[in-house]
Design a protein around this ligand. Structure first.
Ligand code: FAD
Length: 413
C-alpha cells in the first residue's frame, strides 16, 4: 500500500508517506539502498492548519473551544475533533510499550473504543465528535477495539520519544515507492510483477505457488505477504486450521478512497478559512497537499473519505462522478470554492483488488480472539504484513512482521 504518483509537477502519495523518526527498519532500508529521505518537520506545521465543518457550518480552530457544539469535557475543550481521540489514547494509555497491547493483562481493554471513552467520562455527543467523523478504523467507536487504538497511541508516543528536537520524521524525496523498488532491484533474481497468486499447495518437501496466469513456482518455504482480504481468496491446500481461517476471513479492512482535486485559484484566501477542512460530509477530510519544494504553496487538495462514505463513492458509476459528488459537497460548504476545483483523479483502496482496504482493524473482542492465530505458520507457509505487526504500525509494522517471518524460516533451515 505504497503508491507514489506524479501529480501536477510534483510527487504525490496515495499510500504510505510518513516515516516516523523511530522507524529504524524503513530508515535503514532507505539508507542501505541509497534512497534519499526528506525531513518533513517544516511541512508538518502546515498540516495543523485545518478548520472544521459541522452540520453545514464552517468553524475556525480558534472558535472551537467556546463553540456550542463542543461537548468535550471542560479541561479538553481546546482539542479538535480530529486530534482528541489521539490525545486520549496517548495521555490515558495504560500500555507501558506498544507491544503490551497483546499482553493478557490488558485483555479487558478488548472492548469497543466507545466503552473505553465512556469509562473516561465522555458523553455520547463527545464520542461522536471525537470518533464518529472520518474514522480511521471502523465505522465509529462501536466498531473498533479500544486495544487497537491504545496500541497505536503507545506507538505514537514511542515514536515521539525517539524523535529529536530537530526532526519529527521523514518521507522519501522522490516518492516512498522508491524504497521497495530499490529493495527489489537489489535482489539477485528480482521480483516478478504481474503474477497474481491464486493458490498455494503445501507438499511434503516443498511449497507450490500457482498464479492466475498459469505460472507455477516451487520453493522450500513461502511467505504470504498479502493483506487479509486478498489472502482469503487464495486457495490453500491443506486448509488452514478453522480458527485461523475464520480470523483471516473475518478481520475487517478500512474502506478509504482519496479524491484528488486541483485548485483553479486560492479560493481559501477569499473566504478566510484554512485550505484544509475536516468535514462531516461525503467530502471527508480535505487536506491541502504541498508537493513541491516550497511548503507554503498548496499544490492540490486530497479528500480522504473513509468508511461507509468511501464505499458509497466507490459504488458511483465512474471516478468523475465521485469527483463531482465531492466537489459539490465542498462547494455547498464554502461558496468561495464554486467552480474553483477540478477533479484530477481518485484512488480507492477498498476497491483495489490487491489491497481490499487501506489497513486491517480489529473490532471489539477480535484482538484477543484473532491475534494469537492470525499469523501462525502453516507448515511451509508463513505470513507477514502490517496486520501482523506486534510492536510497530504502518510501514514499520509491515517490515517488522516480515523480519519475523524470515527469521522463523532461517531458524528452522
Ligand atoms: C492511504 C494510506 C496512507 C498511509 N500512510 C502511512 C504513513 O504515512 N506511514 C506509514 O507508516 N504507513 C502508512 N500507511 C500504511 C502502510 O502503507 C502499510 O502499512 C504498508 O504499506 C503495508 O505493507 P504490507 O507489506 O503489509 O502490504 P502491502 O503494501 O499492501 O503489500 C502487499 C503486496 O502484495 C501484492 N499482492 C496482493 N495480492 C496479490 C496476489 N494475489 N498475488 C501477488 N501479489 C499480491 C500487492 O500488490 C502488494 O504489492 C498508509 C496506508 C494507506 C492506504
Amino acid at each position: 500500500r505504497i503508491h507514489s504518483m506524479r501529480q501536477l509537477g510534483g510527487t504525490a502519495e496515495a499510500g504510505g508517506t510518513y516515516i516516523g523518526a523511530g522507524y529504524a527498519r524503513v530508515i535503514g532500508a532507505a539508507q542501505r539502498h541509497g534512497v534519499e529521505l526528506a525531513d518533513v518537520t517544516p511541512i508538518l506545521e502546515f498540516f495543523r492548519e485545518q478548520d472544521l465543518a459541522l452540520d453545514g457550518e464552517l468553524i475556525r480552530q480558534a472558535e472551537w473551544p467556546t463553540h456550542p457544539a463542543n461537548d468535550f469535557p471542560e479541561r479538553d475543550k481546546q482539542h479538535l475533533p480530529w486530534t482528541y481521540h489521539r490525545v486520549l489514547t496517548m495521555r490515558d494509555n495504560p500500555l507501558d510499550s506498544p507491544s503490551e497491547w497483546l499482553d493478557a493483562k490488558h485483555a479487558a481493554l478488548d472492548v469497543s473504543a466507545h466503552d473505553w471513552f465512556r469509562s473516561l467520562g465522555l458523553s455520547e455527543r463527545a464520542i461522536a465528535l471525537a470518533y464518529g467523523i472520518n474514522a480511521s478504523f471502523g465505522r465509529d467507536a462501536h466498531d473498533v477495539s479500544a486495544l487497537l487504538l491504545l496500541f497505536r497511541g503507545a506507538f505514537s508516543k514511542e515514536q515521539r520519544a525517539r524523535s529529536s528536537s530537530e526532526s519529527l520524521g521523514f518521507t522519501a524525496r522522490h516518492g516512498v515507492q522508491r524504497i521497495p523498488e530499490a529493495m527489489a532491484a537489489a535482489l539477485a533474481t528480482g521480483v516478478e510483477l504481474e503474477h497474481a497468486v491464486s493458490a498455494i499447495a503445501l507438499e511434503k518437501d516443498r511449497a507450490v505457488v500457482v498464479c492466475a496466469n498459469g505460472r507455477r513456482v516451487s520453493a522450500g518455504h513461502v511467505i504470504a505477504a498479502v493483506p487479509p482480504p486478498v489472502l482469503r481468496r487464495i486457495a490453500i491446500e491443506p486448509e488452514l486450521p478453522a480458527p485461523q481461517a475464520s480470523a483471516i476471513a473475518t478481520l475487517p479492512s478500512q474502506p478509504l478512497t482519496q479524491v484528488y482535486l486541483a485548485p483553479r485559484s486560492r479560493f481559501w484566501e477569499k473566504d478566510g478559512y484554512a485550505a484544509s477542512l475536516f468535514t462531516d460530509t461525503r467530502a471527508g477530510m480535505l487536506a491541502a497537499a504541498r508537493n513541491r519544494d516550497d511548503p507554503t504553496e498548496v499544490t492540490s487538495l486530497t479528500a480522504w473519505i473513509t468508511g461507509e462514505n468511501a464505499a458509497a463513492l466507490d459504488r458511483l458509476p465512474s471516478p468523475p462522478d465521485a469527483g463531482r459528488a465531492v466537489i459539490a459537497a465542498i462547494e455547498t460548504l464554502r461558496p468561495a470554492a464554486k467552480g474553483q476545483l477540478e477533479f484530477i483523479g481518485m484512488h480507492s483502496w477498498g476497491a483495489d483488488a490487491y489491497a481490499g482496504g487501506a489497513w486491517a482493524y480489529f473490532r471489539p473482542g477480535e484482538v484477543t480472539r484473532f491475534a494469537p492465530v492470525l499469523g501462525r505458520a502453516h507448515g511451509r507457509l508463513h505470513f507477514c504484513g502490517e496486520h501482523l505487526a506486534t510492536a510497530s504500525r504502518g510501514m514499520e509494522g509491515a517490515m517488522e512482521s516480515a523480519e519475523e517471518a524470515a527469521a522463523a524460516i532461517l531458524e528452522n533451515a
